[in-house]
Design a protein around this ligand. Structure first.
Ligand code: DP6
Length: 335
């Protein structure tokens, strides 16, 4: 075993206030601030080993070797880590080495369950440790952001805010409350687990083609302030309204972009209607949707069993996954 090996675990996150669109696409400097909750139980575990015997980077996801754009994205990310080692150490062998990356999710990738968030958060923590770098949480969050914007929010624990920042140095995420602050649950109604046709990266790139994006971005800081106060006060009723509004505003931008990004399927809309009806009748639940057809139904822990039961019988819902607030990305010694 070489010294240049480390394993990390990270959780995906569900955005309560969405990140959609970049001011700088290459650096992933977002157009608006966002707020999320990490999801315990759903995990990515990633092992990185820099290996002098390798002639190129190798990326294995869920036991399958990945080439093409998937490998390219991981390799470009590892370049950032290699570059950092040559900045930090006078002589760094790692800066010239390729790496073997083995990553496993216990949930389906590519269907709006934010596998790129936990994926790049785990990769940032594992690759930097494998390379001998000692980075602060803010530095790890910045690094993860370069791989996937939402990944910067999976580095700190619990409820996490990503302020837009002025530049690469100042755009990173911080925890506003730890996971045990509030027993909020995310009950995910899986409607389609196939890989989505248009990924978030392409989506961010066309956000500004929607005439609604400027209005969404201009009003996002107000929604974020409302959501932050609701989380800190554990006020579900206040959180529910702003979470649903913010998700609908992002999808309004998506369906009015060029090209049109229509992630919803009939069952997505059926779940949204049902959740609104349940809430009107007194069940504490609200719906939010990322760049995919699946619906994340947030609720206090007391309502979780009832919400899961009701979701399971909605036609088109294939599976229901429950998650509570999760902790930060971290190194693990026994993968
Ligand atoms: C709809 O972070 O997946 O989930 O930076 O290109 O990897 P890239 O995009 P990504 O975008 C997430 C978009 C979202 C909303 C959110 O999580 O805030």
């Amino acid at each position: 075993m070489s010294n240049w090996k480390a394993t990390a675990q990270a959780f995906p996150n569900i955005a309560l206030i969405k990140y959609w669109g970049n001011r700088d696409q290459a650096l992933r400097l977002p157009s608006n601030p966002s707020l999320s909750m990490n999801l315990a139980g759903l995990t990515t575990i990633t092992t990185v080993e820099f290996d002098p015997a390798l002639k190129q980077d190798v990326f294995v996801l869920g036991g399958r070797e990945i080439g093409g754009q998937g490998l390219e994205r991981v390799s470009r990310f590892l370049d950032q880590v290699r570059m950092k080692t040559s900045e930090v150490f006078e002589t760094s062998e790692v800066s010239t080495l390729f790496a073997h990356v083995d990553s496993r999710n216990n949930f389906p990738p590519g269907a709006g369950l934010a596998s790129s968030a936990s994926g790049f958060a785990a990769l940032a923590v594992a690759a930097s440790a494998a390379a001998g770098l000692q980075l602060s949480e803010a530095e790890l969050s910045r690094l993860a952001r370069l791989g996937s914007g939402s990944a910067c929010r999976s580095v700190p624990g619990g409820f996490v805010e990503w302020a837009v920042g002025a530049d690469d140095r100042s755009s990173y995420a911080c925890s506003i409350a730890p996971a045990d602050h509030w027993d909020l649950c995310d009950i995910v109604a899986l409607i389609d687990v196939e890989h989505k046709a248009v990924g978030s990266t392409e989506g961010h790139a066309v956000a500004d083609t929607s005439p609604l994006q400027a209005a969404r971005v201009a009003t996002a800081p107000d929604r974020l302030a409302q959501a932050r106060s609701a989380v800190l006060a554990r006020d579900f009723a206040a959180l529910a309204d702003v979470v649903e509004l913010d998700s609908l505003m992002m999808h309004a931008v998506m369906i009015t972009s060029s090209p049109v990004l229509m992630y919803w399927q009939p069952a997505t809309i059926a779940v949204m209607h049902a959740v609104r009806q349940w809430r009107a009748n007194g069940l504490a639940a609200c719906a939010t949707i990322d760049a995919g057809p699946n619906v994340h139904v947030l609720c206090p822990a007391e309502a979780a069993d009832e919400v899961a039961l009701r979701l399971r019988v909605i036609p088109g819902v294939r599976q229901v996954i429950s998650a509570r607030a999760g902790g930060p990305a971290h190194l693990i010694s026994n993968p």
